[in-house]
Design a protein around this ligand. Sequence first.
Ligand code: GYE
Length: 327
Amino acid sequence: MTSITRRRFMVTASAIGAIGLTAGMALAEAPPLAKKDSYKVGFAQTESNNPWRIAQTQSMHDEAKKLGHQLVYTDAAGSAAKQVADVNSMIAQGVDLIFLAPREEKPLIPAVMAAKKAGIPVILLDRNVDQALAKAGEDYVTFIGSDFIDEGKRVAEWLIKNANGKTKIIELEGTTGSSPANDRKKGFDEAINAAGGFTILASQSGDFARDKGRQVAEALLQAHPDADVIYAHNDEMAMGAIAALEAIGKQPGKDVIVLSIDGGKEAVQAVVDGKINAVVECNPRFGPKAFETMMRYAGGEKIDAWVKNEDKFYDPSNAAAELANAY
Ligand code: GYE
């Protein structure tokens, strides 16, 4: 580099830096977190209508308390618009960092960007945002959560091995536009289609909710009375499907194979009782990993784009033994 080009390079670099800082424009990196003994931290929850969410919230509260951090908690009550408003209110309150469980992949992008612009780092918990619109390490720090594609695939693999001639599937999808619904469908459908011999008769959203799941299962069972497998993207909808089956005199787990994801106590008990055939766990106890990741970030460590949770698998071979450990 000649001295002229070097000088020009330095001028350009500092000009970009100045613009970036004053205008809050596209910074190359997620906002830093200053080192402190205790933090005021936001946790923007999506809803509290199931044991999974309640266990996650409890775990966040417990860990914050244990470590002496203040937790500013909001519950979006199932509305992405409210969740965006919740994040904006956390920004206004000047929290140090925001843990965000984005209800859907696209609608929460403005919240992530608003926090970034305000210089507040965001850690995504349990659900992800659209990867074409926001990036780990740039727009938010990292995504902590399970491999949802693999969860769906593990359900499919169990079915392929244990179907015993049952091949006609009803799929109950999670919240439309959420990363676990998208990915649990992708992982399952791809593996099932690759195996051959199975038919997905219908696939419809039950919004990860018990009663919605029951209603959708009821309607789909009526339209497809020959269905002999129900794959639900979470336990709540699986429990709803069990109620729908019992209401028409079918035995869940026997006449119709029931498969689920989450692995809460009620579902693991249903495996023991023979009403659910297999469940892939999705661990909701995020507190320790969330705060540990935050502290590593404050310490200047480079955080991977994805901090992965490992999930167990429950079927009749281990459900009774694992029941006590299920949330
Ligand atoms: O499976 C479901 C919850 O985002 C992984 O959301 C989570 C899912 C979980 O409401 O029960």
